[in-house]
Design a protein around this ligand. Structure first.
Ligand code: ASP
Ligand code: MG
Length: 447
């Protein structure tokens, strides 16, 4: 069996779904299970409608809903089941307007319509093109805890349901299901977090022991540099699960960070492919890729990072300093991405600066704090870093006059990360890319 996941842009219109159908048709012999996202930007639109409704802008909410309905009915040629779902959605939106509150549970109910509708449309359009597709509701298969908007799978039950339902069905049909959506044991709709359809594909692939999990998207695969910062990077032909996970955590948009885990545990290869250029081989992610003579696999970046410097002379050599700092971050549920410490000072970065002022005030009761906004993290990722002497000197030479505010190499030696001022980001990435991909190993990179 094969799991094929198609993201929002791959199913954004009937025409795009037509391309997807041809891609799937060529692989019918491999018994594909097709996982789809909501069409285009539907999830964002649903959330905007929900927020309008609870803000008392009911007319605007209903206008947005009508537009979404017209679009889906147009693309699906007036599919009856879609009309039914929009009627339910309309009741929900009216209900939200009355209650005036969008709880996490209601958010999941609202967002779930994107994938519930898209998966029905994809099934219908496949059938119209002569593919024997059947629809299955992902919420009957993926069981999660109750952490709405960020739910985690309950593995035993999910795997049992997947193993019971899918292999038989997939032996005779192309199975189509929505990504992202799931339900609790009690049957309440949940979601796996934004971008979670990739994760669904991986959960399903691991659950049925698929031969391969394919993530079909709108880029050629993982590239050696973020194309929004440095166009013209090379395609990474093959990388490891650990490298892919690291890249996803550090901002590479191609893959949802949680995706790698279920696949790597079952050692199922993941392949990232472009639904608009299906002839390109994409990026293959496996446990142990062949050795490469290039130390770095890819350069990931995160923009709009805040750097916090904390200094305490009073706490010099005292124990408990770090604990006190992290307790504050913990209380405000704010993750810290990078960290560097010396005897008296700590520098750290945060991505989500929503609570930063409050955090700062608390830490200022026992240390001096300064904050620098608009910083960027550059992360050089590659398992080969640990076997390649001289990566750090090359890095500093390449940076030239660009100042690195912080540098860290984790114990895993899977990455070297540095913080630069936002305005230096493009120049720094260009220099690093030129240095490390001067003569990339053709076995690992396509150019
Ligand atoms: N539709 C969901 C989102 O936009 C899930 C996904 O596309 O992966 O976050
Ligand atoms: Mg996506």
């Amino acid at each position: 069996m094969l799991v094929m996941k198609f993201g929002g842009t791959s199913v954004e219109t009937a025409e795009a779904i037509g391309r997807v159908a041809e891609i799937v048709r060529q692989r019918v012999a491999m018994r594909p299970v097709v996982v789809v996202s909501a069409m285009g930007k539907t999830t964002n639109k649903l959330l905007a409608i929900g927020h309008r409704a609870i803000a008392g802008e009911v007319a605007a909410a209903l206008a947005g809903l009508a537009e979404l309905r017209d679009f889906h009915l147009h693309e699906s040629d007036g599919l009856e089941t879609v009309t039914g779902l929009f009627d339910q959605l309309s009741s929900l939106v009216n209900g939200l307007a009355v209650i005036g509150e969008l709880t996490p549970r209601a958010t999941d109910a609202l967002c779930s319509f994107g994938e519930r509708i898209s998966s029905l449309i994809v099934t219908a359009l496949f059938r119209k093109r002569g593919i024997d597709a059947v629809h299955i509701d992902a919420r009957d298969l993926i069981v999660t805890d109750k952490r709405h908007t960020q739910a985690a799978p309950v593995w035993a039950q999910t795997n049992a349901r997947l193993a019971k339902a899918l292999p038989d069905l997939a032996s005779a049909h192309v199975v189509v299901m929505g990504g992202f959506i799931a339900s609790t044991e009690e049957g309440v709709t949940t979601t796996l977090g934004r971008g979670g359809s990739d994760y669904t594909a991986s959960i399903v692939g691991a659950g049925i022991g698929a031969q391969e999990i394919q993530i079909w998207t709108d880029v050629d695969g993982i590239l050696t540099a973020d194309p929004t910062i440095l166009p013209g990077g090379y395609r990474v032909k093959v990388c490891s699960f650990a490298e892919a996970a690291e890249l996803a955590y550090f901002g590479a948009k191609v893959l949802h960070p949680a995706t790698v885990l279920p696949a790597s545990e079952k050692n199922i290869p993941v392949r990232i492919l472009n639904s608009r250029r299906s002839e390109v081989e994409g990026t293959l992610i496996v446990s142990h890729p062949p050795a490469s003579s290039t130390p770095i696999r890819s350069i990931a970046c995160k923009r709009n990072i805040t750097l916090m410097n904390i200094v305490s002379s009073r706490m010099l050599m005292a124990h408990g300093f770090l604990r006190r700092i992290f307790e504050v971050f913990d209380r405000f549920e704010t993750p810290v991405d990078m960290l560097a410490t010396s005897e008296v000072s700590v520098s750290l970065t945060v991505d989500n600066a929503g609570w930063l002022e409050a955090i700062r005030r608390e830490i200022e009761t026992f240390a001096e704090v300064s904050v620098e906004e608009n910083q960027a993290i550059i992360c050089l990722v590659g398992e080969n870093i640990r076997n390649s002497p001289g990566v750090s000197p090359r890095l500093f030479t390449a940076l030239g006059g660009t100042k690195a505010r912080m540098v860290s190499q984790g114990a895993s030696q899977l990455n070297i990360s540095l913080v630069v001022a936002g305005g230096d980001l493009v120049r720094a990435v260009e220099s690093l890319h030129r240095e490390f991909f001067r003569s990339p190993d053709p076995a690992s990179f396509a150019f």
